[in-house]
Design a protein around this ligand. Structure first.
Ligand SMILES: [Zn+2]
Length: 223
């Protein structure tokens, strides 16, 4: 299929006449060139049933060319670059329609796959949050209702970028859960953020709220 020899159609730059029907084609006419005959209009060259597909869509071009029994490369002389430049392809209407259908199916298939992936990710994330929240409740039964989910969602955001079984498993460690809960308490139950805003060093601010954090932790640990 690929071994096919494309015919060439030229967009002329000068006035030309069809050698066969003698029609004046003007300049910028679409012609074929034949060794013994010279220029031929597309009607005389039996190519006027073909439709023009401009360059630019590689997949569509490749498919249209494959399906078209007869196809022709359309070339135009570039005066600036002193060479012929490809403008597109002349292909059979059926071939173009078939190619368009295939490309459309492809993009539909891609869209469907994206949807499936997003759905799966959403389910995974929900499971992650549920699992993380349960870990928190197991360790901190006194944690106010709803806070476990807030902390879990935050952890999920943090770990969602680190794909992989080990990263996910590690995020359910007792130590990780503890750190997540402590950070949450620091921000929501103490003056930590205000101290930071005032210009306290991190270690200093942490030291200031340490006692308060421990009190909340103890309260949450007991049911
Ligand atoms: Zn002609």
């Amino acid at each position: 299929m690929n071994k096919k020899n494309d015919l060439k159609v030229f967009i002329t730059t000068r006035e030309s006449t069809c050698e066969e029907c003698k029609e004046e084609l003007g300049h910028k006419a679409w012609i074929t060139l034949h060794k013994d005959k010279g220029a031929l209009c597309l009607t005389c060259a039996d190519m006027d049933h073909l439709v023009f597909l401009p360059s630019g869509n590689a997949a569509l071009t490749r498919r249209a060319r494959k399906h078209s029994v007869l196809s022709a490369v359309v070339l135009k002389w570039s005066r600036a670059r002193k060479r012929y430049e490809r403008q597109g392809l002349l292909v059979e209407t059926n071939a173009l329609e078939l190619a368009e259908k295939e490309c459309l199916e492809d993009s539909d298939a891609r869209a469907r796959r994206r949807e499936r992936d997003a759905e799966r990710r959403a389910v995974l994330d929900k499971q992650y949050i549920k699992k993380f929240a349960k870990c928190i409740r197991d360790l901190f039964p006194g944690c106010p209702s709803g806070r476990d989910v807030i902390i879990a969602e935050h952890a999920c955001l943090k770990y969602s970028g680190r794909i992989g079984r080990s990263a996910e498993a590690r995020s359910f460690d007792k130590k990780t859960i503890n750190l997540a809960v402590i950070a949450h308490i620091r921000h929501l139950e103490t003056q930590y953020d205000k101290l930071m805003a005032k210009g306290f060093e991190r270690w200093e601010a942490r030291k200031q709220v340490q006692k308060q954090v421990n009190e909340v932790l103890r309260k949450w640990e007991s049911s």
